[in-house]
Design a protein around this ligand. Structure first.
Ligand code: NAD
Length: 313
């Protein structure tokens, strides 16, 4: 397959690397100049569960989209939400009649942005449980195991979904076809909407968050707001299961010592967050469906306050 990956951050590098090593023709496009320069100079360096690997993958800035144009069969989107519209606009020439686009980003509603640039029937969505982190420009840490659930946005895309699953499977990305991706998207956004946001606001890791006296109660309130909006779209979120999953993942035996990505983006790197596509998406949906979402409203506002306060870019 000819594959362009938008975003050579942690996750874009994981997917790009696996697919490249499986023999696909891969290019990566990334807006962080220092990262592009480092990958060009030294190759993409990865710590893959303790093994250092270096792979030479062509990488371009969005402004060099013409050079990256390989009539891609597939474009994988793995930027952070605030970067999405900018990179899609810059790489517009890559979207051909038959180019399919799969968005594997966290959050709710990215398809509304994608539809401005891509034929809706060419859009696919996914939810991934792989993780990744950047050590610095051109260098990523790929630890642990994961999988990716995939489904087409419109029925016309099903054949392409199966082709992507085949390519991802051959690359070891452990894909599975989902009959109900909307549920998985809501579930993951909901978990992020509790853990990522509250750790960033409380300035703590996950197990410290879980030990705070009001966390369980706040979690239930946030989950109930996600569930109320999901219900308006025919998705029945299992609130008890989600609340339990949140607490379990905060245990020290799981990933309790971890500082979630929103914490790392905002507190460590002063970067803008994906809040508008997590709790912010629920705030917007609440207004549309006439569902009260006071916790998501407040959390969205507090995160934006903090972004502004620390000069996040
Ligand atoms: P990332 O922040 O690592 O990379 C995204 C973009 O930001 C890339 O273009 C990268 O070059 C740039 N970038 C990274 N660090 C930067 C810095 N310090 N300064 C300037 N630019 C920088 O994002 P990611 O973790 O790959 O996430 C991509 C999408 O996947 C997001 O929607 C995220 O929520 C989702 N996701 C992430 C993980 C994970 O474990 N990282 C897991 C599942 C889903």
């Amino acid at each position: 397959m000819k594959i362009a990956v938008l975003g050579a951050g942690g996750m874009g590098s994981r997917f790009g690397l696996y697919l490249h090593r499986a023999g696909n023709e891969v290019v990566m496009i990334d807006g962080w100049k220092a990262n592009v320069d480092a990958i060009r100079a030294n190759g993409l360096k990865a710590d893959l569960n303790g093994t250092e690997i270096v792979d030479r993958i062509p990488v371009f800035t969005p402004e060099e989209a013409d050079k990256a144009d390989m009539n891609a069969d597939l474009i994988i989107v793995l930027v952070k939400a605030p970067q999405l519209e900018g990179i899609l606009e810059a790489v517009k020439p890559l979207f051909k009649e038959d180019t399919h686009v799969i968005c594997l980003m966290n959050g709710i509603g990215h398809e509304d942005v994608l539809k401005k640039y891509v034929k809706p029937e060419n859009i696919l969505l996914g939810v991934t449980m792989w993780t990744a982190g950047m050590k610095g420009p051109g260098s990523v840490e790929l630890l642990g195991d994961g999988y990716v659930e995939i489904q087409e946005l419109y029925p016309e895309g099903k054949e392409e979904a199966l082709k992507i699953i085949d390519a991802f499977d051959k690359a070891g990305l452990r894909p599975k076809y989902s009959e109900n991706l909307h549920y998985s998207i809501y579930r993951k956004a909901c978990i992020n909407g509790v853990i990522n946001t509250l750790c960033a606001l409380m300035d703590c890791n996950m197990m410290e968050l879980a030990a705070m006296p009001y966390t369980a109660d706040i979690s239930r309130k946030i989950v109930s707001e996600f569930a109320a909006c999901a219900a308006k779209e025919g998705v029945t979120l299992d609130q008890e299961e989600v609340n339990k999953a949140i607490l379990v993942s905060c245990e020290p035996e799981h990933i309790g010592k971890h500082y979630p990505s929103m914490y790392q983006d905002l507190i460590n790197n002063h970067r803008k967050t994906e809040i508008d596509y997590i709790n912010g998406a629920i705030s917007r949906k609440g207004k549309r469906y006439d569902v009260p979402t006071p916790y998501c409203d407040l959390i969205t506002e507090l995160i934006h306050n903090k972004e502004q306060f620390i000069g996040a870019k």
